[in-house]
Design a protein around this ligand. Structure first.
Ligand code: MLT
Length: 397
């Protein structure tokens, strides 16, 4: 814990936003910082949760503990709906209270002795939980990196895909696509190279597909679209951004039976043991909601909400393009990654907050390669997105 350099990024952003509102009580704050959903959950999904909750008041409908791994009907629905034609079975899906919590449970599975590589920039939970598990080493001020973590730089120069020919071999590779924060989705060819790289090095990929529902082109929505991935990859994912469940809480992790340690022992057996020891299963009401999300009507309704956020993303991206800034992401993800050449991202954060009352996230919060970049979240009510666009245009015109 002593090695952790800062507080966790998102509470730090919330604290700065709170301080700002204390100083400017009359300002209308617009939050384009943490990726928190704002649109109502479609009625077909909340009705299923309400019905389930109501039934808990009856003898027939009452349920206590569920299976730690999740309700089998939901596990099968996830496998059949989201991993269709990928050969994932219900028993390989572990339902949870969210991807971030699963990352920590996976860290427990991996233990303290493993070496780790992360995309730079990346979702800070991969690094911070690695520090907590004692394998990151000391933070080096000069490089902005933890000494024992391998940072795989992802920038416009390499099309946001790491140069694997210079990447050191590690036991574990965290990889997020569509990426948080850059919004870039890896192509099939890139993921094939990643899987080959992991195979050649005996690495396990922890693949985070929490934003897969935002993909609108041919990019894979799951690592298991890549032949051979089941032998090297665990996938974590979430209903948070896909169905507006950031508060409801529901996610899952896939551990394929084919994934084995060097001694041939299946990783799924250990993960099952960890889950049974550390977790009592996802809330049953959330799981009822999850099943409704995967029904044809539920899935269609969530797709409409995602389309709304993607329109927001386009408005934000167009705003910065009109200001002649370089803009990335936004097409396959709810995040827009904007380059502010020559500027420190915390300075840009402070200026935008002070002058426009808009909360953003400085790119350097996601790793040293995020310096000079800012992340803007497309989650928000349309009127706020349009107002933010007006304010940003008048700040930078
Ligand atoms: C983000 O803003 O990067 C994420 O939404 C935060 C989270 O999922 O914890």
């Amino acid at each position: 814990m002593e090695n952790l350099r800062n507080g966790y990024l998102f509470p730090e952003i919330s604290k700065r936003a709170f301080d700002h509102t204390q100083k400017h009580p009359d300002a209308r704050l617009i939050r384009l910082g943490i990726g928190d959903t704002t649109e109502p959950i479609p009625d077909i999904i909340t009705s299923a949760m309400a019905e389930y909750a109501k039934a808990l008041s009856t003898i027939e409908g009452y349920n206590g503990y569920g299976d730690e791994q999740g309700n089998m009907a939901l596990r099968v629905a996830i496998a059949e709906t989201l991993y269709r034609n990928m050969g994932i079975k219900g028993n390989e899906v572990f339902v949870s209270d969210g991807a971030q919590c699963d990352i920590s449970r996976l860290q427990m599975l991996l233990g303290s002795d493993v070496t780790v590589a992360v995309q730079d920039p990346s979702f800070p939970a991969y690094i911070d939980s690695s520090v907590i598990f004692g394998r990151a080493g000391k933070f080096e001020e000069e490089t902005g990196k933890y000494g024992n973590i391998v940072y795989m730089k992802c920038s416009p120069e390499n099309k946001f895909f790491p140069n694997l020919s210079i990447t050191r071999k590690t036991d574990v590779i965290f990889f997020c696509s569509p990426n948080n924060p850059t919004g870039n989705a890896a192509t099939k060819l890139q993921l094939q190279r990643l899987v080959e790289f992991a195979k050649a090095n005996g690495s396990i990929i922890i693949y985070d597909s929490s934003y897969a529902a935002f993909i609108s082109d041919e990019s894979p929505r799951s690592i298991y679209e890549i032949p051979g991935a089941k032998e090297v990859a665990i996938e974590v994912s979430s209903f948070s951004k896909f169905a507006g469940f950031t508060g409801v809480r529901l996610g899952w992790t896939v551990v394929p039976e084919e994934l084995k340690y060097t001694n041939g022992f299946p990783v799924i057996k250990d993960y099952d043991r960890i889950v049974c020891t550390c977790f009592n299963g996802a809330p049953s009401i959330s799981q009822a909601g999850g099943l409704a999300c995967l029904s044809p009507q539920g899935y269609e309704a969530t797709t409409a909400v995602i389309a709304y956020y993607k329109e927001n993303a386009k408005i934000i991206a167009d705003t910065f393009r009109s200001l002649a800034l370089k803009v990335y992401g936004g097409e396959n993800a709810p995040y827009i990654w904007v380059h502010f050449p020559g500027q420190k991202s915390w300075d840009v954060f402070n200026e935008i907050l002070a002058k426009t009352h808009i909360v953003t996230i400085p790119g350097s919060g996601f790793g040293p390669a995020g310096e000079e970049y800012m992340r803007f979240s497309a989650f928000g009510r349309r009127e706020n997105i349009l107002e933010a666009s007006r304010r940003l245009k008048s700040l930078y015109k």
